[in-house]
Each structure stands twice: as structure tokens, then as C-alpha cells.
Ligand binder design. Structure first.
Ligand SMILES: *Cc1c(COP(=O)(O)O)cnc(C)c1O
Length: 234
């Protein structure tokens, strides 16, 4: 192994350990069982070498935001590590539903009737049933994916009753420029109304706050893998 690869390995394992320690401390401070908080390591833009390093350090749950990128990295890793759990955390187009259902174990971004229907039909066709989270646009941002809070009750009911999707929880991405707590609290309240046990909320900057407010899944990228390369500006 090259010196550079060894550095990557040591640095990544150390950062992963630090994040896990902080998750455990946040859970303890909230009088919660650390086993009820799943760390989803967000590996988007990072290559299979970095992901393998995280796997070697014991990480098994990963998140990707693009179906195509995940298809390039994960089939081989999933074959080698059958206990890997892969979450889709980015917007899903209906023309990618087939690939998404085949590859992902959890789809966190169900947010509109057409997508719910397409997922239901593909699950019916294949018998594969990735667990689903409904993404809620808690900040009501025009450019952001997710169902609006006021429409969430009806959409949850439609996903469950009409499409029989395996809905396990809710997910949100608060506006970047706002204090996240009210968004996390709102998500928790909507989930409680529906008896949904899982809450995917919190990223590198705010996962400890999210754990305090009930997150069962935190999606952490930068704090584990380091800064992502910026896309070249157009
Ligand atoms: C990229 C991404 C994350 C991880 O963000 P970091 O700030 O790097 O931890 C979490 N959730 C979603 C939906 C993302 O796209």
C-alpha cells in the first residue's frame, strides 16, 4: 500500500471513530440508547477506495445521492460485503426507479404521488421492497425536494394505504441558513402523528442536535470522508 493510501486509511478511520464517539455522547446526553441511532456514511463523490477504507473500519451503512454514481461503485462492494446497507438520499426520477429498487436497501426521498406509484409497481414486479422514508420540505423552499408539511398527512396515507409502500419514517434537509432545531422538531411531530418510528435528520454540521431531537438516522459525509471536490463552476 502506498504512503498516501495509508494516510487516507488512518485519517478516515480516525474521523469515523470521532463521529461515532460524538454520536454516542449525544445519545447519552439525550438519555437515548446509542443503538437506536444509525450512522449513514454519505460517500457521494468519494471513490470505492475511500468506501472500502470505511468498510475496513467497520462501517456498514452508506448513503449516496445519485443513482448512477452509486451504480458505478456499489454493486461490487455489495457483492463482497452482503451486510452493506445502502440508502438513497438524493432526488429520485421516475425513470431511475428500476435501478434504484434493484440497488438500494432504503429510499429516503419518496416525495410525490407519481414516484410512489412507480416504486410500488417496481416493488410488485420484482418482489424487492426497499424501506421508504418520505422526504418533507420542512423549510418550504421552492427549489428543494420533499412534500410540504401541510401535504404530508395525506401523502403518508396515500403511500401506505393506496400504494402499500414499506414506509418506515420521515427525512428532512433543513434550509442551510437556518437554525435546524425547529425543522427537526417539526419532522418528529409529523412522524409521531403517523406512528412512524424512523427519523433521518442531521448532517455533519448538526447531527448532535438532530440526535437530541430524536434522529434515528444521521447522514454524515464531510466529517467522515473530508471535503468533497467542488464541481467546476459553469
Ligand atoms: C451530502 C448530503 C449529506 C451529507 O452532508 P455533509 O454535510 O457532508 O455531512 C446528508 N444528506 C444529504 C441529503 C446529502 O445530500
Amino acid at each position: 500500500m502506498s504512503g498516501q493510501a495509508l494516510d487516507l486509511q488512518a485519517g478516515l478511520a480516525e474521523r469515523l471513530g470521532l463521529v461515532k464517539d460524538r454520536i454516542a455522547a449525544a445519545a447519552r446526553a439525550a438519555a437515548r440508547d446509542v443503538a437506536d441511532v444509525t450512522l449513514v456514511a454519505v460517500s457521494k463523490t468519494h471513490d470505492a477506495t475511500a468506501i472500502s477504507t470505511a468498510i475496513a473500519a467497520g462501517q456498514r451503512v452508506f448513503g449516496e445521492n445519485r443513482v448512477q454514481e452509486a451504480q458505478g461503485k456499489y454493486p461490487a462492494l455489495k457483492a463482497a460485503y452482503p451486510d452493506l446497507v445502502l440508502h438513497l438520499i438524493g432526488p429520485l426520477q421516475t425513470n431511475k426507479v428500476k435501478e434504484a429498487v434493484a440497488l438500494f436497501d432504503v429510499i429516503e426521498t419518496v416525495d410525490r404521488p407519481k414516484l410512489a406509484e412507480a416504486l410500488a409497481r417496481e416493488m410488485e414486479r420484482t418482489g424487492r421492497r426497499p424501506r421508504c422514508f418520505i422526504q418533507v420540505n420542512t423549510g418550504e423552499e421552492a427549489q428543494k425536494a420533499g412534500v410540504l408539511p401541510a401535504a404530508t398527512d395525506a401523502f403518508v396515507a396515500e403511500c401506505r394505504d393506496r400504494w402499500r409502500l414499506p414506509v418506515v419514517g420521515l427525512m428532512c434537509i433543513p434550509p442551510f441558513d437556518q437554525e435546524p432545531s425547529p425543522h427537526f422538531a417539526l419532522l418528529r411531530e409529523i412522524a409521531r402523528r403517523h406512528g412512524l418510528a424512523e427519523l433521518s435528520m442531521g448532517m455533519s454540521a448538526d447531527y448532535e442536535i438532530a440526535i437530541r431531537l430524536g434522529a434515528t438516522h444521521v447522514r454524515v459525509g464531510t466529517a467522515i470522508f473530508g471535503e468533497r471536490p467542488r464541481p467546476p463552476s459553469a
